[in-house]
Every structure is written in structure tokens, then in C-alpha cells.
Write a protein that binds this ligand. Structure first.
Ligand code: FES
Length: 65
């Protein structure tokens, strides 16, 4: 079984994956600007902004902040 990386992509402009963003969040990154700076996500068309915010919000909710 192979991993279909295309299904993991959050930002098609930069090719940034959900796995990569979750990894940064797990490492303590807690804002879109930093994720954008580190990955290039949210720095093109902006279509992924909501998805990145949802990933951040999900992490904050799971921490109980
Ligand atoms: S899809 Fe992320 S900036 Fe375009």
C-alpha cells in the first residue's frame, strides 16, 4: 500500500502537507504567520488559509486552551 501524498496536501501553491503543518504545531508553532514563514503555506493564493487555521484551532481545542 502506498501513501497518496496528494491527499495530504493542504497548500497546493507550496505543496505543504497536513502532516508537515501538524508537525510544526506539535513542535509549538501556534500562528499562521510562522507556519507560512516556515512552509510557504498561505503565501500564495490564500485558499489554504482556512485549512491552516482549522488545524491550529483543532490543536488549541485539543489542548483545552
Ligand atoms: S493553496 Fe496555499 S497559498 Fe494557495
Amino acid at each position: 500500500m502506498s501513501l497518496d501524498r496528494s491527499k495530504d496536501i493542504v497548500c497546493h501553491c507550496s505543496g505543504t502537507t497536513k502532516t508537515a503543518i501538524k508537525g510544526l504545531i506539535d513542535d509549538g508553532v501556534d500562528n499562521v504567520d510562522e507556519i507560512s514563514r516556515l512552509t510557504g503555506a498561505c503565501s500564495g493564493c490564500g485558499a489554504c488559509d482556512v485549512l491552516v487555521l482549522e488545524l491550529l484551532a483543532g490543536n488549541i481545542a485539543s489542548r483545552g486552551d
